[in-house]
Ligand binder design. Sequence first.
Ligand SMILES: Cc1ncc(COP(=O)(O)O)c(C=O)c1O
Length: 431
Amino acid sequence: MALSIDFDVDTDLASASWERIRDIFALDPTTTHLNTGTIGAIPHEVAETYEQVTREWAGGLANIYPPSLYPDYRARIAPDFGVDQDELVICHNATEGISRIIAGLDLGPDDAVLTTSHECFSVLSNFNLAHNRFGVRVDLVTLPSGPDVTAEQVVATFEAALTPRTKVMAFAATTLFTGTRMPIRALCDLAQRHGVITIADGALLPGVLDVNLRELGLDFLAGSGSKFQCGPLGTGLLYVRNKVFPEHNPLPLPRFWPVVSTWYPLVGDMPKRTTTSVETCNMGDYLQSAGSASIARAAALAKACEVWNRIGRRRIEERALELGWYAKRRVVQLFGESALYSPLHDARLHAPLVAFKPFRAPEDAWNINKIMRFVDRLESEHRIWIRWVEFDVPGSPHMHYAARVCTHLFNHHDEIDRALEVMARLADEMS
Ligand SMILES: Cc1ncc(COP(=O)(O)O)c(C=O)c1O
């Protein structure tokens, strides 16, 4: 496959215009892609790496097991997120990461987990499995939504629901329904004050939020590699706190079982985990070693991360958030502020996802068929790709259905304008 770009990507990306950077992506020129929260667009280089490494391994002449631990790729990717190789696992997606975290914790009938009804099924179904299997109590809060939500309100919602049985707090880094960037550090401070383990569903974090995972104070995070990070399908990142840095999280490491592991000893136990900032048990290896693996997948994800570093992770975050903010203001102009389910006035909660009700009649917010038709027609008649989302709202007896627009570095202001104007016309026609 030939590169469809006419400049030297090695030297130019840091200063290239966004127009030129758009050209490195395998985007369909006839489609407006506003759904990176579901699946990103892959840079040509990433697809080429995948293909080339697959071919290198096609003869089956080499021992697949040592490279299946991905030591080099993990070592290359880990610093992008402020962590070390022993804390990072390349897995298949956020769902797998979350499942392995929940299945790996010691949870029993005396324990409760505190999470929200705005989590992805990957979180809620795995907690329900733990409930059915081990008797764990699952406490659900409904997050506040809409333009006036503040970070303090979000933290207070969790604080009010903590109980002496709460052992784990789980929340999205950015929620997929209302596109709320959660105040992770403040939630971790709250959890740490109560001796509670923290899990972030970071499906929507890698590749857009330029963060240091250790500094956030989390115990665990599972992220997707194929959404904002624009890596190949079937890639994810799993962060497991494996050392104690008291300035970030002074709590001892939680007991953790590396489920799905061929590294776990056949007899006896793993080495003792550390109580200091020096690693004594490479939990990343225990989790990464899970039989033979696709070298191409990890190589292509590492390539996507390298491309991101060449562009600049902070620059990408600023670009995606600026486009998201632009889309939010256009939604307010076209549909009114009361149409927004996403936060507006508290910039700390901004993410490049905008959820809103497109139709004028209030009862249309509860009409699943109508929002499905709306999204289908945008795709089939206008080649605009967004998604609809479903969630509960405090005090409302109905589930709400909203349109969700998601912006990323390759989008531009004109296409956001055009797409939202089409949405406004279509919503009028359907109202
Ligand atoms: C917040 C959130 N969590 C989890 C998932 C599942 O991600 P994956 O497909 O990487 O398993 C999604 C998918 O959209 C999501 O948005």
